[in-house]
Design a binder for this molecule. Sequence first.
Ligand code: HEM
Length: 265
Amino acid sequence: MPGAFPTFVAMATATRTPPSPGGQTTPRTSPRATPPPRPRRGGLLRTLWGSTLGKKAVMAVSGLVMLAYLVAHMLGNLKVFFGPADMNGYAHWLRTIGEPVLHHEWFLWGVRVVLLAAVVLHGVCAWQLSRRDLAARPVAYRHRRHRASYATRTMRWGGIILALFLVWHLLDLTTGTVNPRGQAEHPYENIVTGFGTWYTNVIYCVAMLAVGLHVQHGFWSAAQTLGVTRPGLARLCKGGATVLAVVLTAGFLSVPLGVMTGLVE
Ligand code: HEM
């Protein structure tokens, strides 16, 4: 996307400083009555964060960070099909990456911090954009029922389901709080015991379908926000979004299905 970023910055900045009628850039009121505002520190970042386009860019980039994690996580989960030694060894290796230069778990904590920042930024921008969307509508329209498009509503509900799932998932397989076994550094046993209960299977299957829908629409939205307009590239991104969504959903779902069918025990 050569030249996409300067264009993007110009567009985002333009949303904050509309020219006055007649193409003038100075206000029409007397300069003595209203002195021009002094430039504030962190101007560009502040302007980007304040603009709708800037928030969409933050959502796009944070979404892509989470997507990269999801692909790696889904591939790592497939270790469960190779038995407890492979899966638990993999979980142990995750905690030792970078040693002896890094201390035990430092790399993992770095990943956790980046992911947490991505989740918070993504959620805050989604919330602020939907508030803006609502506030921008005429008052009479605001009280009618069908406001947002089907895709927008699916994304909002999907996001809420995924946020709730994430809390449950961390309590289940990271802290072990709600897992019937909950043994630290024994993900294989925790997975097999957890997916032995009907409610865990229901929660995970619903959440994995939400992951697929969210990724499919989200990836395509991110590509558009980041400047993909050429028809060939746009078609590639749209197709890529569907392939990613199907592969992620199938890969994640294979774990509970593997336990349910007795392939993993
Ligand atoms: C069937 C699907 C899934 C399975 C079987 C699964 C399995 C696991 C396991 C075993 C862990 C603990 C790893 C360890 O302690 O070494 C874990 C952690 C985690 N999972 Fe999943 N996961 C699934 C889906 C997801 C999804 C869809 C997301 C995101 C929406 C996700 C996000 C995370 C996060 C953020 C962690 C914490 C990583 C950490 O702090 O170390 N997982 N998962």
